[in-house]
Write a protein that binds this ligand. Structure first.
Ligand SMILES: Nc1nc2c(ncn2[C@@H]2O[C@H](COP(=O)(O)OP(=O)(O)OP(=O)(O)O)[C@@H](O)[C@H]2O)c(=O)[nH]1
Length: 386
């Protein structure tokens, strides 16, 4: 049996690219295809799933971040309580612990419902402050806190947004700035190691997050992609199935309505297929369907859409093809399949798309023309009145 192929590109399939950047690039290509490229070939329900995927991805990144910050804050509170970490203002630390609690609640919310991104972002900033409240003086308005926040936030955020080298350069720059600043202020010197430690943790966390997000994206997209392929593809022939056809052909007609253009519908029904099965066996019948699918694919250009919409029923939408050319294409197909052993014959109906006509109306006319061909003795191509 043929490996099912569909009209969707398989950007993320094949051998796994070496680095996560390459995987992310493949991923972006695929997302661009699905979201911006030819959405015509993706069922509207899948569009919703793609959006959902993006939301899930963002949320998961936030979850990772909160987990790490919560761990940091917990360690710190434990050290303070054990007397191993002197702080100037314990009340502020306990207030910070409250923020962590709120952060944990937000994490819980993130896992459960939508629309908590603003809350989580706020809590994220507050949790960062928690890690910094022990700057001497314990004053949140202290310039050291402000500076550290200004540095830590990009230290976490930058690796998520830019390339590794740029992030490392920026990180080194931030560390240098903080180092110089802290050396210039005597009362901050005792804390500069702490701050550098946080910076290092923040940088590592940023990279880890980026990697985790990218890995998850590739894995998740592969799943979505194969689900999309399965849902829209006929497993036997690799052409679109009825679901994929309805979505793709409707979208193509919509695009024609918007941008102009014409199309022809070709409706194909294999002749006496029951007899074919009875004579040669069901397996030979399956092979005949696959051969038909291959022959159709070989004859169509990249803009045409082809599907197996029923047992031995095939349809093709041929954009910017005249009735005359569509008939020639159908006749070539007849020759392709008739020359095989055992020969396959089919009856075909042609209908030229009328302006404003829906897909069902067009298909009904194609079907009618195909039945005319059956009634006239099969193994022929008939057309509906243009
Ligand atoms: N091998 C195989 N047979 C199939 C498949 N799907 C449908 N069929 C068979 O296709 C046959 C269709 O038979 P009919 O609808 O009576 O039509 P027909 O025998 O082709 O006769 P006409 O269309 O009038 O020429 C049935 O016997 C189905 O069992 C399939 O996936 N594989």
């Amino acid at each position: 049996m043929d490996t099912p192929r569909s009209n969707l590109p398989v950007a993320t399939a094949g051998s796994a690219p070496a680095s996560w950047q390459q995987r992310a690039a493949a991923l972006r290509e695929w997302v661009a295809y699905v979201l911006d490229g030819d959405l015509a070939r993706v069922h509207p329900a899948d569009r919703g799933r793609m959006m959902e995927w993006q939301e899930v991805r963002t949320r998961s990144a936030m979850l990772h971040l909160f987990q790490m910050l919560a761990v940091l804050a917990t360690v710190k509170v434990a050290l303070v309580m054990a007397g191993a970490w002197p702080v100037a203002a314990p009340p502020l630390l306990y207030a910070g612990a409250l923020f962590v609690l709120l952060g944990a609640l937000a994490v819980f919310q993130l896992g459960r419902s939508r629309g908590t991104d603003a809350l989580t972002a706020t809590l994220f900033v507050l949790a960062l402050l928690v890690v910094l409240v022990d700057v001497p003086g314990g004053d949140l308005a202290h310039p050291g806190v402000t500076l550290a926040c200004l540095v830590l936030l990009p230290a976490v955020g930058v690796p998520l947004l830019v390339r590794r080298h740029t992030a490392l350069l920026l990180g080194a720059f931030c560390i240098a700035v903080v180092g110089i600043y802290l050396l210039l202020i005597p009362q901050l010197r005792v804390q500069w190691l702490n701050v550098l430690l946080y910076l290092a943790v923040a940088l590592v966390a940023g990279f880890k997050l980026r990697r985790a997000r990218s890995n998850m994206s590739v894995g998740h997209l592969r799943t979505v992609e194969s689900a999309l392929l399965r849902a829209n593809t006929d497993a036997l022939t690799g052409l679109l199935n009825r679901r994929g056809w309805l979505s793709a052909a409707r979208a193509r007609l919509d695009a024609m309505r918007r941008d102009g253009g014409t199309a022809c519908l070709l409706f194909i029904d294999l002749d006496h297929f029951k007899r074919f099965n009875d004579t040669h066996g069901h397996e030979a019948g399956d092979l005949a369907l696959q051969r038909t699918g291959r022959a159709i694919r070989a004859r169509l250009d990249g803009r045409s859409i082809a599907a197996r919409i029923g047992g031995e029923e095939f349809v093709c939408l041929l954009p910017d093809v005249s009735l005359h050319d569509a008939r020639r294409l159908a006749e070539r197909l007849q020759r392709d399949l008739g020359g095989d052993t055992p020969p396959i014959t089919f009856s075909a109906g042609l209908a030229w798309h009328r302006p404003g006509e829906t897909l069902s109306q067009l298909m009904a006319r194609g079907d009618r023309a195909m039945y005319k061909a059956k009634r006239a003795g099969r193994d022929r191509v008939m057309q509906d009145a243009a």
